[in-house]
Structures are given as C-alpha cells and as structure tokens.
Design a protein around this ligand. Sequence first.
Ligand code: AMP
Ligand code: MG
Length: 324
Amino acid sequence: MLLSLTACAEKSASTNLFAMDTYMSLTAYGSNAQTALTDASRRINELERMLSRTVAQSDVSKLNESRRAAVSDETATLLGDALQYAAKTDGAFDVTIAPIVNAWGITSDTPRVPDSDEIAALLTHVGSSHVHLDGNAVTLDEGCAIDLGGIAKGYASDCVASIFADYGITSGCVSLGGNVYVCGNKPDGDKWLVAIQDPQGDDYAAMVALSDAFAVTSGGYQRYFTAEDGTVYQHIIDPKTGYPVQSDLLSVTVIADNGTMADAYSTALYVMGERGAIDFWRANADRFDVVMITTDGRLLYTPNLQDQITEPEGTTYDFQVIDR
Ligand code: AMP
Ligand code: MG
C-alpha cells in the first residue's frame, strides 16, 4: 500500500522569493525539482542585479548614469528586443519612458504630480531613436534613460522556462508578480488553472486552463498612488502624452508561448485601450491570446480561449468573445 502510494506521488518542490520588487512563487515536479528551483531562484536574482534601475551597479543603472556603457550580452539582447516591441506597438511599449516614470515616481516612496511643462520637456527625451545599440556598447542621447520594468519579469519567466527544460521538468508553475508561466500540465494530467485577478476585488475574475504557456497581466490596479486631491495615478504611462494612462481597460492579460513578448504586449495593450488593443490583436492573432477587463464591466477574450475560460459563479462581469 505504502509502496504504491510512493510510486504514484510525484516529487515536488516549491519556493518563494521577493525579487524585482514583487513576490514570486515557483513550484516544480519531478526528480530534479529542488535543483531546478535553486537554479531558477539564483538566475532571477542575477537578472535583477543586471536589469534593475534601482540596483546601483546594474547594467541599466550604469547606462542611465553615464549614458554610455558596455553591457552584458543578455542586457544588449533584451534591450534590442524591447526596441523591436516599441516599433511593433507603435511606441505604446517604450522603455525610454524612464525619465517620465522617474518624474512621477509612482512606484517610489515619493510620488508626485509633475507640471505639464516638465512633462513636455521630458517627452523630448522619449523614443527609440535616442538609443544607440552597437553590440554590447549602448549609448543614450542626453537626458534619456531606460526602464526595463515592463519587460524584465517576462524575460525572467522565459529564463525559468529554459532552466526547467534543462532539468527535464515537465510539470510546474511559476508566478513572478503578474507574470505566470505554466510548464506542461498538472501532475494529474489536467491543464493548469490560471486565475485572472479581479481588478476591483480580492477574488479572481476568470480562470483559464493552460499548459506550456505564459500569461502576463498589466493593470492600473497593480501599482498606483492617490494624490492629495484624491486623483488616482496608476503606474503605466502613455508615451504619447507623458501622463498615466486613462484607460477604458482595468486589466489586460496576454497569453503566449513567449514570456518576454507577453510582458511587452500586456503593457502596450493597456496603453492602447480597448479599441487599439483589439485592432492590434487582430493584426497579430497568430502570436497571442488576450483577456481584457473593461471599466464598464465586460470581460473580453479571444476565440481560442473559448473552451479554456471559466466564469466564477455569480460573476458580475459580462463575458464576451472578441470577433476575429
Ligand atoms: P507592466 O507591469 O509589465 O505593465 O510594466 C509597468 C512598468 O513598466 C511600470 O511600473 C514602469 O516601470 C514601466 N512602464 C510604464 N509605462 C510604460 C510604457 N508605456 N512602456 C514600457 N514600460 C512602461
Ligand atoms: Mg509588461
């Protein structure tokens, strides 16, 4: 009896860590589970030391301070990818938004509301044309800076996925803040159930059954500050205006087979708003799926997800499929 039980039970390991300014949890199944998680945690910490703009000696900090730096191959590649996502999203996702992010300080201890002249002046330093990449040598134009906060966790989830593959892990789930990666199926063979948080409550708004996928959520509800006059300013900036996005969306979840892309696109689609996001999905429908929650109470999802999405009992959201 005991023997057969042991034979059935998969070996598993779990770990929690705080990195990249967020709580992370990782679970893996299989004989290498513990070593895979130790390696994955080490890798995430290493990426934070390299990519964070709040870690003094990171590639990004060196670059932002001196506007010229020799960065690691990895930073150079990720920065190159980020520039491509900026081009693909017509600048809705733009890592050169950093000077504006700094001015608002929404995720810092000292957030404030910059005046419109300050924003207009800083906006002249935003845009991919200010970044010059030549192998590992990166140069930024004067007044410019970069912030990989909209893509780094997605990239980290890709790195975890490749570590899982190296160790032969065929079942696992990872949550790096709003960035989820599910490896294979659950040990019982069913798909993983990924919960999409209700931006207006503590519960979840929908469940999506997934295997071997990345699901990345962006939303104003995740980080914001309330000014003295009661105005709420959330952390995602519209690079066209320099102001926090005033979206008709509460959250966007992008589901894809690439975590870096899903992270860039979830931020971008939140900036675009419902119409722009739907148009962008239609033009790229083979690349990703999406779930969007609108301010007027609709929960929109792409047709591929029809058999994978479940509504919680008593939901107040109106679930609707997006037309192709
Ligand atoms: P995410 O949670 O992935 O949507 O990323 C949001 C974070 O990315 C913010 O906290 C900023 O650090 C940064 N960010 C804000 N607006 C943008 C933008 N339009 N494009 C790229 N990064 C942004
Ligand atoms: Mg993002």
